[in-house]
Design a protein around this ligand. Structure first.
Ligand SMILES: [Zn+2]
Length: 186
């Protein structure tokens, strides 16, 4: 039998969700036989858990995963504090990169979102994800550089990438780390 947690929530249909290697059955109402629903999807669940285990093992080579989860859980109790501190760190880096790339930005916002790490608008506003407060310093630098660079080059074209690769010798490694962070924090 697969261990799972039943969550009753306002959703249209029931569905199975896996997060942090835990299985949840999310459903709009009490179910007559929830165990059966889980059993029916047994192969899919086990495959998914296996995949996740593998990713975590890989991530563990670069990132202290338990420490990351602990810090994230604790510090996110004070979101405003995290935001404030991150904004300061990012402002310093953005100023530096803006000078170097000869661009100007308008303002920096820290967003609590689960999709993007950062974005740059046509008006020169830069947005960054609050979760950047928990990533490796070099990964943070890469994201800030990336968004500031967008003020010069909008698209992810060859030139854009060549700037990044020039600035960060371990660019590929940082991208891989970022993918792990997406998996662990988003
Ligand atoms: Zn981009």
């Amino acid at each position: 039998m697969i261990n799972y947690e039943l969550v009753i929530k306002k959703v249209r249909y029931h569905r199975i969700m896996i997060k942090n290697r835990k299985v949840f059955l999310v459903t709009p109402k009490k179910l007559r036989d929830p165990d059966r629903l889980i059993e029916q999807r047994r192969d899919w669940i086990l495959a998914k858990l296996g995949q996740m285990e593998k990713v975590e093992q890989e991530a563990g080579k670069m990132i202290d995963v338990p420490l990351l989860r602990k810090e994230f859980g604790e510090r996110m109790q004070d979101r405003d504090g995290v935001k404030k501190e991150l904004k300061q760190r990012i402002s310093g880096l953005a100023g530096l990169y803006a000078d170097r790339l000869d661009v100007e930005y308008n303002r920096i916002s820290i967003k609590d979102q689960r999709s993007k790490w950062g974005s740059a608008s046509m008006k020169g506003n830069l947005n960054f994800n609050i979760r950047l407060a928990f990533v490796h310093e070099d990964v943070l630098r890469m994201i800030v550089f990336h968004e500031v660079l967008h003020l010069r080059i909008m698209r992810h074209n060859r030139e854009f990438k060549s700037y990044l690769k020039q600035e960060f010798v371990n660019y590929k490694e940082l991208c891989r780390m970022l993918r792990y962070y997406s998996y662990l924090l988003m």
